[in-house]
Design a protein around this ligand. Structure first.
Ligand code: ADP
Ligand code: ASP
Ligand code: MG
Length: 408
């Protein structure tokens, strides 16, 4: 019998009625002849509320205790889900990350998955149960509890689909698929039927929070087809798979916004071999995750390095920058907080010209100043003032006519 992994996000299990609805979907899938593994997030805004609660106790909660606190959210929703399935007369069991043997690296609040055992889940499935796994959590080899980063229930789901060799992974959420941009900000955003892992990975890393980027990495590496769809309708959603040939014809497939960034600028570094390596040794030692890096140099023998980090890493980033400041006796370090980033993504950029020109012109016409530019083969990003963020996103989305199915 084949297996389907069904992941339900926070809004899809926000109250008792929605939990029953998700339970019915899982039962239906099982009755169609599949084994079903569900991955469930914490109910509604539970994770945010738990973080706020911690902040009421202290400004600087220890990351270990935060992980201990946050994993309770998923423990509530998985047990309620199991009760909902049982109350409908079917067998189900809820399991935490530790109970299924999901082993992580020992890095609190942003651990990566090292391995997942199959035995427990398979045993329960063979018994005819629907298995409900807590998203976004695991344990290290010593049994300590870790979380995988905000939004990472998607990653739990796709990683499980990979390990269990699922037919595919279904991601149930509060939108009916992946759109050309966030439909809450740009109402004429269009649903995409099919998108490649590479494009979705860029969109997710650049702010399209509909999927967690590490989930897409797993999907790509282990060939898991991912179907992102609404938990409130039966409409088909968006398939995320390997690239198919006609995708190249679309130059830009989506636009994104990231607002939770801060930028450090370190001017006056010596322009010599090994300086960037030494700067980023400090960054790595503090386990700060860096977004974009830009280095420039001038004729006077100096280099300037700037890098962006997400807000969660801002306090740690400041400590890092202090160390670098002391080491190189730097003056005039700048921390811009917050900054926003607007990006366009598309595999077709590899073979088309004029994309940068269209993007920069759209921002100019919308009177949005660009503070920094970074590019890859399939994306262009501009750092901008957060006050301009939504205007910039709309301008770029319009300029590439992303609302039209045959945009250029
Ligand atoms: P869940 O709780 O189900 O994991 P999330 O809130 O993490 O759901 O993700 C869904 C949200 O992602 C949507 O409500 C939407 O506002 C936002 N979003 C951002 N970019 C996109 C996009 N390109 N397509 C669809 N939704 C997007
Ligand atoms: N509950 C966690 C969060 O809100 C994980 C998830 O929903 O994916 O970030
Ligand atoms: Mg999510």
């Amino acid at each position: 019998m084949d297996l389907i992994v069904m992941k339900f996000g926070g809004s899809s299990v926000a109250d008792a009625e929605r939990i029953h609805r998700a339970a019915r979907r899982a039962i239906q899938t099982q009755q169609q002849g599949h084994h079903v593994v569900m991955v469930v997030s914490a109910m509604g805004k539970t994770t945010d509320n738990l973080i706020n609660l911690a902040k009421q106790i202290t400004d600087n909660p220890s990351k270990r205790e935060l992980d201990m606190l946050l994993t309770t959210g998923e423990q509530v929703s998985i047990s309620l889900m199991a009760m909902a399935i049982q109350s409908a007369g079917q067998q189900a069991i809820s399991l935490t990350g530790g109970q299924i043997g999901l082993i992580t690296e020992p890095i609190h609040t942003k651990a990566r998955i090292k391995s997942i055992e199959r035995e427990r889940i398979q045993r329960e499935l063979e018994d005819g149960k629907i298995v409900i796994v807590a998203g976004f959590q695991g344990v290290d080899e010593s049994g300590e509890i870790f979380t995988l980063g905000r939004g990472a229930s998607d990653t739990t789901a796709v990683a499980l689909a990979a390990v269990l060799e699922a037919k595919h992974c279904e991601i149930y959420t509060d939108v009916d698929g992946v759109y050309t941009t966030d439909p809450r900000i740009v109402p004429n955003a269009r649903k995409i039927e099919h998108i490649s892992y590479d494009e979705m990975l860029e969109l997710a890393s650049l702010g399209a929070k509909v999927m967690h980027s590490r989930a897409i990495e797993f999907g790509k590496k282990y060939n898991v087809d991912i179907h992102v769809r609404s938990s409130f309708t039966d409409n088909p959603g968006t398939w995320i798979t390997h690239e198919v040939s006609q995708m190249e014809q679309i130059v830009v497939s989506g636009a994104t916004l990231k607002r939770d960034l801060a930028q450090f600028v370190l001017p006056g570094l010596p322009n010599r071999t090994g300086v960037a390596a030494s700067v980023f040794t400090h960054v790595a030692e503090h386990r700060v995750v860096v977004d974009d890096i830009i280095q420039t140099f001038d004729e006077s023998g100096h280099a300037s390095i700037s890098f962006t980090v997400e807000h969660g890493d801002l306090a740690e980033g400041k400590l890092v920058v202090d160390e670098i400041k002391k080491q190189y006796d730097l003056k005039g370090i700048v921390c811009r907080d917050p900054v926003a980033k607007v990006s366009v993504v598309g595999v077709g950029m590899r073979s088309h010209t004029g994309v940068a020109e269209t993007m920069f012109r759209a921002l100019a016409e919308a009177k949005v100043n660009i503070n920094a530019i970074t590019t890859s083969e399939i994306k262009i990003s501009c750092l901008i003032d957060p006050a301009d963020a939504e205007k910039a996103l709309r301008a770029v989305h319009d300029a590439f006519e992303l609302d039209k199915p045959n945009n250029r």
